[in-house]
Design a protein around this ligand. Structure first.
Ligand SMILES: Cc1cc2nc3c(=O)[nH]c(=O)nc-3n(C[C@H](O)[C@H](O)[C@H](O)COP(=O)(O)OP(=O)(O)OC[C@H]3O[C@@H](n4cnc5c(N)ncnc54)[C@H](O)[C@@H]3O)c2cc1C
Length: 460
């Protein structure tokens, strides 16, 4: 078997990459999980994906799908074949009556939204990586984002999928309809499947008109995480659902100033909030709530430029924090929103206990918290402490009824924590069912093996 020659027969010589530069490019995700692939294949159509998968399935060659490689959990790295879907990048149809868009998996999320906006529509889920990540990657990760506090995550917006199964069969799952009750919901099975069940080639996504209501962007500084956390709870009680409710801490704000050369006010905690004003008094009510909870300053972005700058600070927070230590590890728990103050206190406690800086930034309005542990990967004592901190962060989230991942997924980073959560919240039977589902779709284990629910025995 000559795998390079055989795949080149399917996709053409130019689309099988084995050169040093390409293999290096595809060997890391954005959290620095590393594996060097044997080769990269870039099919140009659904039929080519099918032929590549048929071949790899027959030969038992593991395949990992690559969207844009922005994964933060090692889900996208492999030492075998990378299948890059970026050549499938067409928007087929924007349907402004049935409210869906039919789109290829390789389309960049932000490009999709630019096209939709021309028609007065948008696709609300907006991971902070939207400027680079793909539709297929966002579906496979069940991604969240900034607007999800109001509009829900990707799972709430996927109507139907065209999928290539591991053996190369092409199937359509679901329907682009407002309602559809026919059969098991296999579409949702692929949302968050992390490339372990098949290749998502095309998607029919729900879209919605851009609201007419003006949006006010507020930001408020607090002297403590607790006050900011309590303000979030009070906003929830007020029944105003902000379009964005993000939390920043001192370290994050300092990092942003460093990255952008700005002089944003730095405090212990800052909330960044978008409010859609349908009645006209929503922003004023939120300002009052923030002040009541101890905000020492509350401001409304005074111009488009200022509003955009604040959004950029949030969108680039992940990159900014990289400037603050030789290494960093980002976590992604989601707790019941009413437990957010307890969870913030736990982060402070662990930071003091282990003597590590844990910066806290995230989509806190929906209980999704991204503690970032700053450390030095070259220092064995730091590495040991980080493992202990992560274990405690996960265990505490699970004990509060939360989840080990709100949006970033499991990949290779959190398999053992996934087992803990499923065992404690759902039971052994659910873990078994999940493994059987994987087996039904992929009995030869060629799709992204050794990750997610394909948990090695020693971790179970
Ligand atoms: C700066 C930054 C900010 C981020 N912010 C957020 C955020 O706010 N919210 C959030 O949820 N995530 C966030 N992420 C994580 C990540 O960007 C998202 O999960 C994103 O949706 C992944 O898309 P991708 O195209 O890069 O997928 P990749 O990283 O290429 O792949 C991710 C997983 O999906 C699989 N996959 C990719 N494409 C397909 C396909 N077509 N068919 C089947 N499987 C596929 C891969 O095999 C892999 O398992 C962020 C990452 C960075 C670097």
């Amino acid at each position: 078997m000559d795998i390079v020659r055989d795949l080149a027969r399917i996709v053409g010589d130019d689309h099988v990459l084995t050169d040093e530069e390409s293999l290096t490019k595809y060997s890391r995700d954005m959290a620095s999980f590393e594996r060097r692939p044997q080769l990269v294949v870039r099919p140009g159509s659904v039929e080519e994906i099918s032929a590549v998968m048929r071949y790899c399935y027959r030969e038992g060659i593991p395949v990992t799908v690559w969207g844009a490689g922005t994964s933060l959990t090692g889900a996208v790295v492999t030492d075998r074949v990378i299948l890059d879907v970026s050549r499938l990048n067409k928007i087929h149809r924007i349907d402004t009556v049935n409210y869906y868009v039919h789109v290829d998996a390789g389309v960049i999320l932000e490009d999709l939204n630019k096209e939709l906006m021309r028609e007065g529509f948008f696709f609300p889920p907006d991971p902070a990586s939207s400027f680079i990540c793909t539709v297929g990657g966002a579906i496979a990760e069940g991604a969240g984002g900034l607007r999800c506090v109001k509009y829900g995550t990707v799972k709430d917006w996927v109507l139907a999928l065209k999928v290539v199964l591991p053996d190369g069969s092409i199937v359509k799952l679901g329907e682009p309809l407002a309602k559809n009750r026919a059969g098991y919901n296999l579409t949702q099975l692929f949302v968050g499947s992390e490339g372990t069940l098949g290749v998502i080639a095309e998607a029919w996504l729900k879209i919605t008109p851009i609201p007419d209501a003006p949006v006010r962007r507020l930001y408020a500084h607090f002297d403590s995480w607790e006050e900011a956390g309590n303000a979030i709870l009070d906003i929830r009680r007020s029944r105003i659902i902000p379009r964005m409710l993000e939390f920043f801490d001192r370290v994050g704000l300092e990092a942003a100033n460093k990255l952008h050369g700005t002089s944003l006010e730095v405090g212990e905690a800052m909330l960044l909030i978008d409010v859609e004003e349908y009645r006209g008094d929503e922003a004023a009510k939120v300002v009052e709530i923030l002040k009541r909870n101890g905000a020492k300053s509350v401001r409304v972005a005074a111009s488009e430029e200022e509003a955009e700058m604040l959004l950029q600070v949030r969108a680039t927070m992940y990159l900014a924090l990289n400037l603050m230590a030789p290494s960093r590890l980002i976590e992604d728990v989601c707790v019941p929103i009413d437990k957010i103050v307890e969870y913030l206190a736990k982060i402070k406690e662990l930071s003091a206990k282990y003597g590590l800086v844990i910066s806290m930034n995230g989509h806190a309005g929906d209980g999704n918290i991204h503690p970032s542990i700053l450390y030095d990967a070259g220092n064995p004592s730091d590495v040991e402490k980080v493992d202990l901190v992560v274990d405690e962060l996960m265990a505490y989230a699970i004990s509060l009824g939360g989840t080990i991942t709100g949006e970033h997924g499991v990949g290779i980073q959190k398999m053992r924590h996934l087992v803990s959560q499923l065992r404690q919240h759902n039971g052994e039977e659910v873990l078994r069912l999940m493994k059987e589902i994987k087996n039904v779709f992929d009995p030869r284990k060629v799709m992204n093996p050794g990750k997610y629910i394909d948990i090695p025995e020693e971790l179970v």
